[in-house]
Design a protein around this ligand. Structure first.
Ligand code: HEC
Length: 155
């Protein structure tokens, strides 16, 4: 279990922190034959979102609102949150948010604005897990990483 998480984090790191906008093919080879049991996965997904809620409060809520409803910055929770195209007010975002992985890539490169990339990869994944849960996205209890995030279509 621990080994599998380790492998997927390494894959995430290369996806998120790799140079340019290249889309590496690393995700497929990083999936080992053995998969954790569904029950274990569900627990992991819940725990991850709980950790993410705390991290969100600490690092993101001051601008995006306590419940992600938006404040000094666009909403990240709610019906109009995470729109496919950048909001008309966007200054930084030019990319579309097709999948949860797109959101992760934007966030790691740009958030928080004064210290982009200052959280660890696992902390960014935890926050994304929280944000998906808060938006009612059904992730089937899965832990969010580069592989699962790429499979979550937001629109
Ligand atoms: C100091 C204020 C501030 C903090 C703290 C902050 N953000 Fe942001 N965030 C912004 C602003 C401003 C934008 C709009 C950027 C743009 O597109 O020009 C934004 C945009 C975003 C977007 C894209 C929204 C959209 O619809 O285009 C996401 C997702 C996001 N932030 C997530 C986060 C996360 C996760 C954190 C915590 C790790 C965080 N932000 C911390 C100010 C902040």
């Amino acid at each position: 279990m621990i080994r599998i998480i380790g492998v997927s984090l390494i894959a995430s790191a290369s996806l998120l922190f790799g140079c340019g906008g290249a889309q590496p093919e690393a995700t497929t080879e990083a999936t080992p034959a053995a998969q954790p049991e569904a029950g274990t996965q569900a627990e992991d997904g819940e725990a991850q979102a709980d950790r993410g809620a705390k991290l969100y409060a600490e690092h993101c809520a001051s601008c995006h609102g306590a419940s992600g409803e938006g404040d000094k910055a666009p909403a990240v929770v709610g019906k109009s949150a995470l729109p496919l195209d950048p909001p008309t007010t966007a200054k930084g975002r030019t990319m579309q948010f097709k999948t949860a992985l797109d959101v992760a890539q934007f966030v790691v490169k740009n958030m928080p604005p004064d210290k982009p990339g200052s959280l660890s990869e696992s902390e960014y994944w935890d926050i994304l897990a929280f944000d998906l849960k808060a938006n009612g996205v059904d992730v089937a209890g899965k832990k969010i990483d580069a592989t699962t995030a790429a499979q979550i279509n937001l629109h």
